[in-house]
Design a protein around this ligand. Sequence first.
Ligand code: ATP
Ligand code: MG
Length: 453
Amino acid sequence: MASNGVDEIKLVEGPAGYVLEDVPHLSDYILDLPTYPNPLQSNAAYSVVRQYFVDEDDTVQEKIVVHKDSPRGTHFRRAGPRQKVYFKPSDVRACIVTCGGLCPGLNTVIREIVCGLHFMYGVTEVIGVDCGFRGFYSKNTVALTPKTVSDIHKRGGTILGTSRGGHDTSKIVDNIQDREINQVYIIGGDGTQKGASAIYKEIRRRGLNVAVAGIPKTIDNDIPVIDKSFGFDTAVEEAQRAINAAHVEATSVENGIGLVKLMGRYSGFIAMYATLASRDVDCCLIPESPFYLEGKGGLYEFIAKRLRENGHMVIVIAEGAGQDLVAESIDQQDASGNKLLKDVGLWMSLKIKEHFAKQSVMDITLKYIDPTYMIRAIPANASDNVYSTLLAQSAVHGAMAGYTGFVSGLVNGRHTYIPFNRITERQNKVVITDRMWARMLSSTNQPSFMNPS
Ligand code: ATP
Ligand code: MG
């Protein structure tokens, strides 16, 4: 069996049960065999840790629950420090770039890459690229040291700046070559990781000894394979403040409705978890679960029923929900080519007000809250700070070992190295036939809105 490298490993059944078989293109994910002893070996602080170094053949299984007769499926390399590293620390010149929308934890990841490289491996040359991919060729870079990043995790946003669009693979790799950078850390969402994959492929095509490591960022939790993305916990927690405010508004008047729009362009995880956490929400609407407004079993009927029962209600809607209902589609795209969505929260608040005014059955008071930019801009909470730290440290260990073309991610509670293509080929979505959605439904006791009459 080939050792080293980052890729999925196919498991095939052998005479003695399941045996590991590396996929043939495994060498694509390793620069070369590591030859230098890991400097961590001489650090007495780690000597008390049993099995501190990860065996290069250790893997983590993607599917934890499998039927006894079905194949065991994909495994990923387990992340962590290796006994030997590929890069001599004094030769390392690393760079960090952040792209896409803001997310709590970005600054923590930047901080921990810098500090991880510096304190664990003695790497002193780390530069930050200004304002996303286009910063590689249009802007200056900044030197990053443990001192300059020491308290950035307490701030929201990204100290490096970010942008959409402006990805020119060839120019970016030219710049990496010109600056003699040999480790590239790319923090961003699905678009960013597609860009990172293109950079990685071009670097391989040119035969450069440059490690490319991604740290997936998505506040919506819409990246597949990984257990959850950093910033998600913070977003769910901060969303509680908006839901609480909506609840206070709704309960302070007769027939009050509080409507809260939360992030989630294609995946309703924030809305679903924020609803489950709050218990004040009467109805949660997400992109994965279609709904309708009029007629029997529709949303208007449910609102009237809840108001008659309780005198108030709170609705949480994910930004990508009900886009099919929002009549005039504004067929526009942002600089990265993402479809611009219509503001479903504003649209829905107008529709509900219009409906009850027309019906003159009951007078309602509706307050609409959109906390999106308040949530995106806050610093990570304690749990996301820990998580972001571990993701960054894993990425540093992987790049130092000479792995490339991977993102660091948590799979079934274990840190792993996942090839780019595995996280960019599809999106993580709420599966409405799964138990979690059923748990959410049982907390709100809302109808499924599935069958318009
Ligand atoms: P989020 O959607 O969570 O805010 P994202 O990383 O998906 O984050 P985008 O604006 O879609 O955000 O993309 C970020 C960067 O990645 C942009 O600079 C964009 O040009 C680049 N990018 C997006 N898609 C691709 C692609 N298919 N190939 C190369 N680069 C891409
Ligand atoms: Mg995206």
